[in-house]
Design a protein around this ligand. Structure first.
Ligand SMILES: [Zn+2]
Length: 133
């Protein structure tokens, strides 16, 4: 049993937090869960999951090779969820504002601050687009 703390800083272990989403065993029930699991997917370079959870309407704006390059060249340090609007199991839209802390390939400390839009389609949450601050 792997008791590693989840990359998304939820305080839960990876095995019961983001891993079941990334492996496809469960679907995220809230926009925040999906957001957290997408951050974790960057940390473990699960590029297919990042693409799969991007809504088909905007998926062509995201490139698997660039996602992989960013994911693998960075050391993902921690995630802070700053704010969420809607995005519960009863909603069909949601917004999550977060900061992802990472070290880049030059070992510089970086912060990616984003407000992401999520949409529930066919019963599943998808990332649609984000505003980067
Ligand atoms: Zn997690």
């Amino acid at each position: 049993m792997n008791l590693k703390d989840c990359y998304c800083c939820s305080g839960k272990t990876f095995d019961v937090c983001c891993k079941p989403f990334i492996e496809g065993a469960h679907q995220a029930t809230t926009a925040e869960q999906l957001m957290r699991s997408r951050y974790t997917a960057y940390a473990v370079a699960a590029v297919d999951y990042i693409i799969r959870t991007t809504h088909p309407s905007t998926r062509n704006q995201y490139d698997a090779a660039s996602i992989r390059a960013w994911a693998e060249s960075s050391q993902w340090q921690k995630l802070e969820v700053l704010n969420t609007k809607k995005g519960t199991a009863d909603d069909i839209t949601g917004k999550v504002e977060f900061k992802a802390y990472f070290k880049d390939s030059q070992n510089n400390n970086c912060v990616h601050h984003e407000l992401s839009d999520f949409l529930k389609d066919g019963g599943n949450w998808f990332f649609v687009k984000g505003i980067v601050f």
